[in-house]
Design a protein around this ligand. Structure first.
Ligand code: GAL
Ligand code: CA
Length: 346
């Protein structure tokens, strides 16, 4: 009898333990079921995108569990990452493509699961955007950055007649292009120069090559161009700040930016390192590419669609006819540098 009682006691104790355990499980359930959003960045090792990534992380805090992937500039890797995230049950995807042409591949995978996709920073074609009802884009109007940069070049050139070293009335420029095929790189290259010309300034293109958005590559190009053209170069136009800063490093080694040896250099992004150079007088100016708001809009949209809400629910963003939110660019010089500082301080 005694034995039976103790067996019963042990049994009931076990039952209580099991019951407690399952109660605990029930209360922790919502956490385990937290909303998962799958994010890819084309490569973590990109100056500007690291600021967008930070903004994405900050805005998702306490609202969703991000599965964040570095696609290491490899589209095949990104495709695998998307499959992995879909198999983990993400409720939406936020995709910074490696190759803008790869949007159909990503869309096909998402479509199979009915998962919504918010592309950001690398804009898919209008046709791809129209091919899936549950996809959107967050970025900018690429041409705007080229036009603003062109205005910066024209205005500063008109204010500094001494920059025309050979006095032929034309700008002999070199241009550091971003990744070919990237809508930002193509538009900045085209519109910056076109805007200068439309301001009544004639130009001679001494060199144009891609530095792939990268400081080190840009420095190598600038070294080679300087060896070839030397002081006949009168302006350095860069599709982004990382490359502008690479060019500045090259030019410093050639004795520029000391005493009155000046080479005008312009970029795009207005990242903190570029702001320091604008303040030091080494960069003429830049164009603010608003990382904070692009990251925020990406998360706002991805969260809404993950929860099955209207994509713009509770936000102030607007969609254009290509289902895209476009964050404005802004010219930045020493006069209004604080705006860019505030943006990146967030
Ligand atoms: C651009 C930015 C570049 C680079 C590129 C990556 O918008 O200006 O610096 O980050 O995106 O896709
Ligand atoms: Ca000239």
């Amino acid at each position: 009898m005694k034995k039976l009682v103790s067996v019963l006691l042990v049994l009931s104790l076990m039952f209580t333990l099991v019951a407690c355990n399952s109660a605990e499980k029930a209360t922790s359930e919502p956490e385990e079921e937290s909303l998962k959003i799958g994010v890819t960045i084309y490569k973590f090792d990109d100056n500007f995108m690291s600021f967008v990534r930070r903004a994405v992380e900050k805005n998702a805090e306490g609202k969703a569990e991000l599965i964040l992937n570095d696609s290491q500039n490899d589209q095949a890797k990104q495709n695998d990452q998307v499959e992995m995230m879909l198999s983990k049950g993400v409720k939406s995807l936020a995709i910074n493509l490696v190759d803008p042409q790869a949007a159909p591949t990503i869309i096909a995978k998402a479509k199979e699961e009915g998962t919504p996709v918010v592309f950001f920073n690398k804009e898919p074609s209008a046709e791809d955007m129209a091919s899936y009802e549950k996809c959107w884009y967050v970025g900018t109007t690429s041409s705007e950055s080229g036009i603003i940069q062109g205005k910066l070049i024209a205005d500063s050139w008109k204010n500094h007649p001494e920059w025309d070293k050979n006095r032929d009335g034309k700008i002999q420029y070199v241009l550091l292009k971003g990744e070919p095929g990237h809508p930002d790189a193509e538009a900045r290259t085209k519109y910056s120069v076109e805007t200068v010309v439309s301001e009544g300034i004639q130009v001679d293109e001494l060199e144009l090559q891609t530095g792939m958005w990268d400081s080190v590559k840009a420095k190598e190009l600038m070294d080679a161009w300087f060896a070839k053209h030397g002081d006949s170069i009168e302006f350095v136009i860069a599709n982004n700040d990382a490359m502008a800063l690479g060019a500045v490093n090259s030019l410093k080694a050639e004795g520029y930016f000391k005493e009155d040896k000046i080479m005008p250099v312009v970029g795009v992004d207005a990242i903190p390192d570029a702001l320091t150079q604008i303040e030091a007088g080494t960069l003429v100016g830049s164009v603010l590419n608003d990382a904070a708001n692009q990251g925020k809009a990406t998360v706002d949209l991805a969260l809404n669609v993950a929860e099955g809400k209207d994509v713009l629910d509770g936000t102030e963003w607007k969609l254009d006819d290509k289902k895209s939110v476009r964050v404005p660019y802004l010219p930045i010089t020493n006069d209004n540098i604080q705006i860019a500082k505030d943006c990146y301080a967030e």
